[in-house]
Ligand binder design. Structure first.
Ligand SMILES: Cc1ncc(COP(=O)(O)O)c(C=O)c1O
Length: 436
């Protein structure tokens, strides 16, 4: 067996279809908390968390112990055949955690995209309507309905159509790009005039902070306006918390920053600390619309993943990870704002808790995204031992998703690598030179 990154990358390229992307040619041997080590013994700081999956870090000892205990008992029976207590306990806990006074019910599935698909099934069954509205730049997954709802063509939709009908997109409010809350609300009103009457819309789905689309934060007043619009027209409001959930933004769920009660909420990623588990939790009267047998899946609510998720929820509470997310966010933003004073390529720095973004532009202009520099930065950071992820409709945003269990020292070390790499890549561009 080859043991170098290069050999494994060569074999990978031959063995996998090219549609499966690859950020770094680094092959992991082991990982703990916010660090991983590759097959060549090199250490990396992980600011990607396997795309927002490891808010509680790699192999948190409590998650590891819960999984080991469950594996001693049984690994699978199928929740739809002979159920088990660990799933019931998790559903009860999640029902209590989703904000708002209305009684909640849950279903478990396996991936985020599946959770999104099921929200639309449930909303259609509840309303008897077909239309769905999503937002430009949003990401909801790679299955057909989730792909249709996703508001980014390349690489997610190109060549894969036709998509399910009756899906519409409205602009997401992004002040930095000149789209105000009123602009977005006006566009929704126009959509109701041009394309579909509100009485035929089953659901509006939105990420409270756009993940893959660039870490743009939906202003609370926009989410509140969507809530009123949905109430007015009997539309189901679906909040996609797959990337924002489980303490990432300084609250258990990002929607809590707005005080809005969702009708349905998706969750996945950090729910189970690295084990495949996703859920839809929502108002019981809506969740109960589909008939028995209409929802589910062979692996939906795997007992091993449920045991991991219960441990994750305990760790979030015991280690006060919501508060920790706020601290990590402030540390990162402080470091990036210092750097922005020095480097004109930094167009914007923004965050909600530990969901932190760095937007890179040319000539200090929001309308000139610098995707090449962003790509170069993730590559250079990788060479220096830091896993960094990019995102954004124009590929020019670095998204910081460090485990919330990372120490101050690791956060500082990682941000130091970002500064060093960006200075190296833009050396000729420093403001001092530009001003001189
Ligand atoms: C907001 C959001 N929704 C849905 C998904 C799809 O989740 P999965 O990749 O588990 O299908 C993602 C994944 O990145 C996401 O960030």
């Amino acid at each position: 067996m080859s043991k170098t990154n290069h050999d494994l990358q060569t074999r990978r390229d031959a063995a996998f279809a090219r549609g499966l992307g690859n950020q770094l040619p680094v092959y992991v041997e082991r990982a703990r908390n916010a660090e991983l080590w590759d097959v060549e013994g090199r250490r990396f700081i992980d600011f990607g968390s396997g795309i927002a999956v490891l808010n509680t870090g790699h192999l948190h000892p409590k998650v590891q112990a819960a999984v080991a205990k469950q594996l001693d008992a049984f690994s699978h029976t199928c929740l739809m055949v002979t159920p088990y207590g660990v799933a019931v306990e998790l559903a009860e806990k999640l029902n209590r955690l989703v904000p708002g006074p209305t009684p909640k019910k849950a279903i478990f599935v396996t991936t985020g995209a599946e959770a999104v698909e099921n929200c639309i099934k449930i909303a259609r069954a509840h309303t008897g309507r077909s239309g769905v509205i999503a937002f430009g730049g949003g990401f909801h997954g790679r299955t057909f309905m989730a792909m249709a709802l996703t508001g980014k063509v390349v690489p997610y939709k190109a060549g894969f159509g036709p998509f399910p009908a009756e899906v519409y997109h409205a602009p997401f409010p992004i002040a930095y790009h000149g789209v105000s809350v009123q602009d977005s609300l006006d566009a929704l009103e126009r959509l109701f005039k041009y394309d579909i009457e509100p009485a035929r819309v089953a659901a509006i789905i939105i990420e409270p902070v756009m993940g893959e689309g660039g870490f743009y934060i939906a202003p609370p007043e926009f989410l509140q306006a969507l809530r009123r619009l949905c109430d007015q027209h009997g539309i189901v409001l679906v909040i996609d918390e797959i990337q924002t959930g489980f303490a990432r933004t300084g609250k258990m769920f990002a929607i809590e920053h707005s005080g809005v009660e969702p009708d349905l909420m998706t969750m996945a990623k950090s729910l189970a600390g690295g084990f495949p588990l996703a859920a839809v939790v929502g108002k019981a009267s809506i969740m109960d619309a589909p008939a028995p047998g209409g929802l589910g899946g062979t692996y939906a609510g795997s007992p091993v993943a449920c045991a991991a998720a219960l441990a994750v929820l305990e760790v979030i509470e015991q280690e006060q990870l919501c508060a920790r997310a706020t601290v990590i966010g402030e540390m990162m933003v402080g470091a990036l704002r210092d750097l922005a004073r020095e480097l004109p390529c930094i167009g914007d720095v923004r965050n909600l808790g530990a969901m932190v973004a760095l937007e890179l532009v040319k000539n200090g202009d929001a309308h000139q995204p610098d995707a090449d520099l962003t790509k170069a930065l993730t590559k250079r950071a990788g060479e220096k031992g830091l896993v960094l992820l990019s995102c954004g409709l124009y590929g020019n945003v670095i998204r910081f998703l460090a485990p919330l269990t990372a120490s101050d020292a690791i956060v500082r070390e990682g941000m130091g690598i970002v500064a060093e790499a960006l200075r190296e890549l833009t050396g000729v561009n420093v403001k001092a030179v530009a001003n001189g």
